[in-house]
Design a protein. Structure first.
Length: 263
């Protein structure tokens, strides 16, 4: 039995993706547990990034104080075009924001539940695609900071989705897309002053997930509704565990929950 705070699953790009469940100080390989029974039991407590223990998060993974004050929850986290560290303007904590924002970022196309656009730190794209359950991914542009990636994405969001339909993503493998053709089709929407950041190479990464059986009709589990989750693990995709009886559990949205894992 493993005890402690749940974190987002650690992924490794192998064929299929290798998943480790992080709980407390333990790391449990999940690929080996597919078709086995596992159980997760929530203690009734959660821990915020600030270390405060609560019965329930205020919003997302934050307590009230952090949601309104911590740089991890500032508006530019959700809307990267609002970043201002490169302009020397503080949002909530300039030192933190400089470290987080002033590194190269990339803009990508991925196929999770269909074509989508997204941004992430440069070289983090594989992790991001695996976390989203994308089966294909390809870079469009590499830019010097997070704000500029947000500006590129903002233009592409006018013509492309930036969301994953998680029910669709979990219900099977989407139809393969020609991401290079999509890149050539959509880069014309990037304004001329940002065209310099488009990368010339056209590389598509394909990703396979360890799924024995996909759910037919997705039924989402959550600790606030039921603190005991047990069943046969039938697969892992994105940050979701797929259980028998069409049940799915989003590990990422349970980050910070104090729980027990039995295998
Ligand atoms: Zn907090």
């Amino acid at each position: 039995m493993y005890n402690g705070v749940i974190q987002k699953m650690q992924t490794e790009y192998t064929d299929p993706v290798n998943y480790d469940f992080l709980i407390g100080d333990s790391k449990v390989n999940l690929n080996e547990l597919i078709n086995s029974k596992i159980s997760l039991v929530w203690s009734g407590e959660v821990v915020c990034v600030c270390g405060k223990k609560l019965k329930k998060f205020y919003r997302q993974h934050f307590c009230y104080q952090c949601y309104w004050n911590a740089p991890e929850a500032s508006p530019s986290i959700f809307k990267p075009e609002l970043c201002t560290a490169d302009l020397g303007i503080e949002e909530r904590n300039l030192a933190w924001e400089k470290k987080f924002q002033l590194v190269p970022h990339c803009v990508y196309l991925a196929n999770s539940s269909g074509l989508k656009v997204g941004i992430t730190r440069n070289n983090n794209q594989l992790t991001r695609w695996m976390d989203q359950g994308a089966v294909q991914g390809s870079l469009i542009a590499v830019v010097p900071n997070r704000r500029i990636s947000g500006l590129v994405e903002l233009e592409l969001k006018k013509v492309l989705s930036d969301r994953t339909n998680w029910r669709k993503m979990l219900s099977g493998s989407p139809q393969k897309l020609d991401l290079i053709q999509a890149k050539n089709q959509y880069i014309k929407y990037i304004p001329s002053e940002l065209q310099q950041f488009i990368i010339p190479e056209n590389k598509v990464v394909n990703i396979q997930y360890p799924v024995a059986v996909y759910p037919v009709k997705v039924n989402s589990l959550n600790f606030y509704k039921c603190n005991i989750i047990e069943g046969t693990l039938l697969g892992i995709k994105g940050q979701y565990l797929l259980f028998d009886d069409n049940r799915v559990f989003n590990v990422r949205s349970h980050q910070g929950f104090i729980a027990k894992l039995s295998i």
